[in-house]
Design a protein around this ligand. Structure first.
Ligand code: USQ
Length: 418
């Protein structure tokens, strides 16, 4: 199948390209390298050294004997999106090209606005581009389990039956996102659902849990490594806990640590996305897949990382910093997972095995972690309107306000190659 991956240079975009190529699909991708620049913006870098994109293409050619086509550009430019669709004419588009960090969106008004404007614009461009150029193509859109929040009832896959005042309907399950980033995903979901309805598109909205891991079976050489973020803005819970243990910093379940989330290994996220691509809706439809391996509290994950860390001769400690976020620290959590297993999805490995693998990889790149040790502890506070003071030295000064819009003007570096 001809697949286009938007955001192909990212943590999951890159291993997805390798996975789909390995399964015999014809893959092309686009990216504007903004994650590389924004991670630099907060003073950090990937724990794993990642080559430039031309070097990545070269490694794919050399090690896998495959061609990977690439387009550099920004999805907020509709002409660019159309050009790629017209050139590639993909049968499926996996849309990953979005600002993906909740803490980054909470830094200040400019980061909040940029997150929502970019994410919604890119998604709408794709919805229109598919309608105009490849109306039969299947859009697989990366959403997030965080759209649902943590309600005190089970979480269905997108829709549920409701009875109210004696009448029944099947309605979208309520969304209660916990950051400006997560709200951008909610709005995206609404746009894809509406686009599918009015334009007759085929779309799968994937509600993915928190990713973890350093590799997938296709990453057989360091030249094929994907990025791995660990700073407080771009790193996510389990990955960060292993980094903290390796650096001799306390492992940081925030607040009471009873926050539960669905988690999924990188390898299993690739399996799920492939299953979605290979099993498109038969006709116009908007469907929702929840996507996670299992759910855990951050306390359970901290305990696990501490235990596995000891196997590597480390002495990890656990501390509970005050929660910088506004979220329930103890709550009911029971999301449903039926659609992917019905397509054959099976968890590949035990969590502990993957955590061991992450330790092995990170110990190998420990010098890169030590060099950025100062960006690990949390400083971005959800309640603060402007966190640039806390991030001093990590984030550049606020852009000058423009008289016509509250959107910070794009910096040159935001629109040019890394
Ligand atoms: N947390 C800690 N300690 C840390 C980091 C995080 O306790 O050092 C807690 C957070 O307070 C939160 C939970 O872990 O309760 C998850 O936080 P996270 O930073 O691991 O993940 P999150 O901000 O939710 O976002 C990540 C990805 C995002 C994706 C989302 C899936 O960055 O792109 O959409 O996971 S989900 O969480 O299901 O919404």
């Amino acid at each position: 199948m001809k697949v286009l991956i938007t955001g192909i240079d990212g943590y999951s975009g890159w291993p997805l390209a390798l996975h789909l190529l390995g399964r015999g699909h014809d893959v092309a991708g686009l990216d504007n390298f903004v994650t590389r620049r924004r991670v630099k913006e907060v003073g950090s870098h990937s724990a794993t050294p990642i080559p430039t994109f031309p070097k990545r293409q070269e490694a794919v050619r050399r090690l896998l004997g495959k061609e990977l086509r690439f387009y550099k550009g920004d999805m907020t430019n509709y002409a660019f999106v159309r050009h790629v669709l017209e050139t590639e004419r993909p049968e499926a588009v996996v849309h990953l090209a979005e600002q993906r960090s909740a803490p980054y969106s909470m830094i200040d008004v400019h980061h909040a606005v940029r997150t929502q404007v970019d994410n919604l614009t890119g998604t709408l461009h794709l919805v229109y581009g598919i309608r105009d150029v490849v109306p039969e193509a299947h859009l697989v859109k990366m959403g997030t389990m965080g759209e649902y929040g943590t309600p005190n009832v089970d979480i269905p896959e997108g829709f549920f039956e409701v009875e109210f005042h004696g009448r029944k309907d099947r309605l979208p399950f309520p969304r209660q996102a916990g950051s400006w980033y997560h709200w951008s995903k909610v709005f995206d979901s609404g746009d894809v659902m509406f686009g599918a309805r009015i334009f007759g598109l085929r779309a799968t909205d994937v509600m993915q849990g928190v990713l973890y891991g350093t590799r997938t079976p296709e990453i057989t050489d360091d030249a094929l490594l994907t990025r791995f973020d660990f700073d407080e803005t771009w790193g996510t819970a389990l990955n960060r806990f292993v980094v903290e243990a390796v650096l001799g910093l306390p492992i940081t379940p925030y607040g009471a640590g009873g926050q539960k989330r669905g988690f999924i290994a990188l390898e299993d996220s690739m399996q799920s996305l492939r299953l979605a691509v290979e099993n498109p809706p038969k006709g116009p439809e908007y469907r929702v897949f929840n996507q996670f391996d299992a759910y855990y509290s951050v306390n359970e994950l901290a305990d696990l990382v501490q235990r596995v860390g000891r196997e590597f001769g480390l002495s990890p400690t656990i501390e509970h910093p005050p929660d910088p976020r506004v979220e329930a620290e103890q709550h009911y959590y029971h999301p449903i997972l039926e659609n992917l297993p019905a397509l054959g999805y099976k968890r590949s490995r035990e969590l502990e095995d993957v955590v061991r693998e992450v330790f092995r990889d990170l110990l190998k790149f420990k010098r890169r972690l030590v060099a950025r040790r100062h960006v690990v502890m949390p400083v971005v506070q959800w309640r603060e309107a402007d966190n640039r003071g806390h991030l001093s030295g990590r984030v550049p000064p606020a852009p000058a306000p423009t008289p016509t819009a509250s959107v910070a003007p794009p910096t040159t570096s935001d629109r040019t190659p890394a």
